[in-house]
Design a binder for this molecule. Structure first.
Ligand code: EPZ
Length: 423
């Protein structure tokens, strides 16, 4: 399938203001959670990205009505019926697995094709399923499908072997309508989980502790309506901050929650950038003398894995050698080969990447392998004065709204080449 390409001609210091959209990783679980209510819910600041369009399609397959007015979505799930999720649906978008919890909690059973892997690793869901069993569901995996049946689901105590974001979200959503108390220990602490709690509690759920490693849910009989404003996308914000750093520019990133950016802010300061935090905005001034760093990705509030590829591009221009350890996904270095084609000097040993600073990169034809790798390749193109052609821009469109318009407003030169979608 041929998809859009970007032609990027770099060499400019980016400067100006850029506004962050609503969070992709908050809106996807919140859209899934909307089926728990029989009333209309309204969600503001929904980003226009393809992952949201896929989730909208999935909601409509379940029988929900979705009305989109700009960035405001109204979802009516009063006619939602149990449906099995076929492999073709599940293969298209990883976040479809976020319907497992709400469907189990609302209908007492689910049948979902096993989610395929994706380009950053196998992405299993064993922690989700073990959690469902603690809620007294019987989980069976056969013929490539997962069936979970819970004639009498009960609240329970769940310990997550790993603070999985998706497992935490699915279990919170499943437990909302289940009688009794549920406790999730070693829960993920990401801000998107706090946003999901706020959304659900506004509908009448009883959840507390999101943002810490222990979340308590007391089941209620039903959930009502809500008008919710999404948190801004901290990964989009971080991408723009790194764009300022890597081009030596001066960018004010607007619509941010600075607390969500602390791991990146401190690393950019260590690298030599000037960071000024304001009310809901952060100003980043890059430097031509980037100091090498050691980065370890960790669950929040550690350094986010979703900014690892973009940070690798910055460190490609550092004055010295940096070490990046990817602790979250077992295969999230696919962008390294593409960066090497641009002249980067990076050596990968398992989960460790050794990045030797270089003076500049040359233009070349490269291909994005996943969403954040796509944004990293664009950042690399913004530095190189020669043209860089980046294929598979559909990955970028999964998670960034209006990318080229926002960057060209900062002085970048990014041209989208539409490719007819051939079968
Ligand atoms: C969410 O994915 C995000 N996606 C990812 O962002 C993000 O990278 C990830 O959390 C970590 O922060 C959304 O929120 C839609 P996990 P999720 O479950 O929930 C293993 C982006 O670019 N694991 O925390 O799938 C898993 O294999 C995307 O916006 C199990 O072993 O992440 C991985 O190695 C990419 N068993 C690690 O845990 C399980 O049952 C983290 O996965 C579940 C997960």
């Amino acid at each position: 399938m041929k998809t859009d390409k970007f032609v990027v001609v770099g060499g400019k210091k980016l400067s100006g203001k850029i506004r962050v959209s609503g969070s992709k990783n908050a809106v996807l679980p919140i859209m899934a959670a909307s089926i728990l209510s029989n009333r209309e819910v309204v969600i503001h600041d929904v980003p226009s990205i393809s992952d949201v369009m896929e989730m909208t399609k999935m909601l409509e397959i379940l029988g929900a009505k979705v009305k989109k007015e700009g960035n405001v979505y109204t979802i009516d799930s009063s006619n939602v019926q149990p449906q099995e999720f076929s492999e073709s649906i599940v293969r298209k978008i990883r976040a479809s697995s976020l319907f497992m919890g709400p469907m189990l909690g609302k209908f007492g059973s689910i049948k979902v094709a096993y989610p395929g892997g994706c380009n950053i690793g196998s992405r299993p869901i064993d922690l989700h399923l073990k959690g469902f069993e603690k809620l007294n569901a019987v989980v069976v995996e056969r013929h490539g499908y997962i069936e979970a049946n819970g004639a009498n689901l009960q609240g329970g105590i769940i310990y997550l072997d790993f603070p999985s974001v998706g497992a935490t979200q699915n279990l919170v959503m499943a437990a909302c309508l289940i009688p009794g108390d549920t406790v999730i220990k070693n829960a993920a602490r990401e801000p998107e989980i706090v946003d999901l709690q706020n959304f659900l509690n506004s509908m009448g759920a009883r959840i507390r502790g999101s943002g810490t490693d222990t979340i308590k849910i007391t089941g209620v009989k039903k959930l009502g309506t809500v008008e919710h404003y999404l948190i801004p996308d901290r990964i989009e914000a971080g991408t723009h901050m790194i764009a300022a750093a890597v081009t030596g520019g001066d960018i004010v990133v607007e619509n941010v929650i600075t607390d969500h950016l602390v791991p990146l802010t401190s690393k950019l300061k260590d690298a030599g950038c000037q960071i000024d935090e304001g009310d809901y905005q952060v100003r980043v001034q890059g430097t031509t003398h980037i100091r090498p760093l050691d980065i370890k990705t960790l669950p929040y509030p550690g350094f986010p894995t979703d900014l690892q590829p973009q940070m690798m591009v910055l460190l490609t221009f550092a004055q010295g050698t940096s070490v990046i350890v990817e602790n979250i996904f077992e295969n999230r270095f696919k962008h390294v080969d593409e960066l090497r084609r641009l002249g980067a000097e990076i050596k990968v040993e398992g989960r460790i990447a050794i990045v030797k600073g270089v003076k500049k990169l040359t233009g070349a034809f490269v291909a994005a392998t996943d969403l954040r790798a796509a944004s990293a390749l664009v950042l690399a193109g913004l530095v190189s004065e020669e043209a860089t052609v980046i294929e598979n821009i559909h990955y970028l469109d999964r998670g960034y709204e209006d990318f080229e318009r926002k960057y060209n407003n900062l002085g970048a030169k990014i041209i989208r080449v539409n490719n007819s979608l051939s079968s």
